[in-house]
Ligand binder design. Sequence first.
Ligand code: 6PG
Length: 475
Amino acid sequence: ARAQIGVTGLAVMGSNIARNLARHGHTVALHNRTTAKTDALLEKHGDEGDFVRTESMEEFVAALEKPRRVLIMVKAGDATDAVISELADLMEDGDVIIDGGNSLYTDTIRREKEMSERNLNFVGAGISGGEVGALEGPSIMPGGPAEAYESLGPLLESISAHVDGEPCCTHIGPDGSGHFVKMVHNGIEYADMQLIGEAYDLLRRALGLDVEQIADVFRDWNSGDLESYLVEITAEVLSQKDAETGKPLVDVIVDAAGQKGTGRWTVKSALDLGVPVTGIGEAVFARALSSELDQRSAATDLKPGVIGEQPADTDAFVSDVRAALYASKVIAYAQGFDQIRAGSEEYGWDLHPGAMATIWRGGCIIRAQFLNRIRDAYDENPDLKSLLLAPYFRDAVEEGVESWRRVVTTAAGLGIPVPAFASSLSYYDGLRSERLPAALTQGLRDYFGAHTYQRVDKEGTFHTLWSEDRSEVEA
Ligand code: 6PG
């Protein structure tokens, strides 16, 4: 037995992680359900490092030094359970199973419990960065027992991205916390992409810029506050021409957005936790609406009722959209971090938001300059009530709020959908409002269901006798 780690599941993510491990000097045992993928990897990249080829799960497990470490890179769901059960039967006390897929965190909680009952360490690790990240340095979010991280951590940290010498990998917390944090990361990824889409749509439909001009705007935005991987690749995608038609590629792609589930899971979890993640929610719903192609084509002749005009000053409006994008992005992250805090409380995970911001600065899909600022904000005040209240973000949003309102107003006037921009602005207005109409909601609930209410001026719970003399009683 000589391999420090084994990787089973050698589709593109698995084989790129295996190569990354080997390139960092680790001996990697390889396993795949069919040996064709193993052989393809060895044939193309076998000289990149030290690999051990295995054909069966028995041979694979026998190739590993103890305590054994196996990284599972198969499809989330039943396939993951099947591989775990096969592996667990062959492993011994203290061995470590790492699930590097996009697993649902509640599955990870269950699996960790099952494995710990068998004296095995189970590490649910979120891995972000796509194919290139897996090979060149992803952001890694491992949960599970702290003692498992002691031996595993240095290995994972060695292959992760690094920013200013710091690894984009840290022990997140117990059981399902790593996959929970990865799920919220993906939710933020959805919101980020939706906001970018709305900005693009406004530049195109409100200002009439062409796709190449918009690509230039994004290229320009990819410096300063908005500098991020997603803004960078937006310019790339918009610049791409279709070889067949000569049109911008974006104009020949069907406008129906797919989704594999992590965004939806984020929103479901947020509903259960009672955390308003409006930006992420609108992003998931916008993808759903886009996919209703039949319904949409039946509805294209609905009256637009436009009441606005194209903004007169192009440069000024571009700059407004930039500010709206930034402010809405701050809201999406503030909401995502609220969900991380709520999840941490619900499950007793003791998560540190600053640590999440640190490991998201590089490697992952949402990597961005401004994560440095989020980290600073939590360094300064770990108990921050909302990211929005950290001085830096507060200033940034307050500086852009008029622009943000102009953008949402213009979009509404012209009939251009901006669900994420608009809902983020409403969230901001809701959060800062001294009084909300929730008082009326409470009155109505009390009227029809005797659900009671609290008063602003004294302690206690009250009910009005609506169907009697309408006097108030203490409930
Ligand atoms: C990442 C990505 C990755 C995957 C998404 C795509 O962090 O590397 O988030 O996990 O590309 O799951 O999700 P959808 O298919 O749902 O857009």
